[in-house]
Design a protein around this ligand. Sequence first.
Ligand code: DC
Length: 207
Amino acid sequence: MIIAIDGPAAAGKGTLARRLAAHFGYPHLDTGALYRAVARRLLDAGQEPTDEAAAVAAAHSVGAAELGDPRLRDEAVGRATSVVSALPAVRATLLDFQRRFAHTPPGAVLDGRDIGTVVCPDAEAKLFVTAGAEERARRRAKELRERGVPAIDARVLQDIKERDARDSSRDTAPLTQAADAYVLDTTQLDPDAAFEAALAYIATRDT
Ligand code: DC
């Protein structure tokens, strides 16, 4: 079974995806990390995130091994990623990797922005995980502070709103909810409650 999880930044997709993957014994692909790894490579090489040829070359050489690099979570990388991920040629380059991952038996959990709509429109289970912008900013700021990065809530909220706008308005694979996705609003849910709600939905899809 393929479980596709989409939604805006800091809505709880990653936590949910990791728990579902552990529960079902499936591998998990954080597709945001793929785009972040491309951006990181560009920043390391002193190249601009708008440099399409350099970004495509980086996308071709990105491998699973670097997806766990904690530097991928840096805010500067996040901002560059939002630019890089709007480039159609970068998205096309990363599509193959994501589809191969998804279609390897026995199944997979992928989270991102366009998994249920573009990468795996045939996924058996599709979740659209969302939460109010203020709550997402509060969670992201807390996560940053826990990593020792000073974070001001208002600044993080501004960043989240800008990223939402860029992710939703780009021409290629914008953040949109698949018509057949189950919407899970986690504003009032803790991770356990979100996990239980997701399991209950997936049980209805597991035929
Ligand atoms: O989920 P995240 O914060 O790690 O995502 C980083 C950026 O990558 C974000 O701006 C959206 C983009 N992204 C994307 O365009 N498509 C995906 N499948 C995953 C992430």
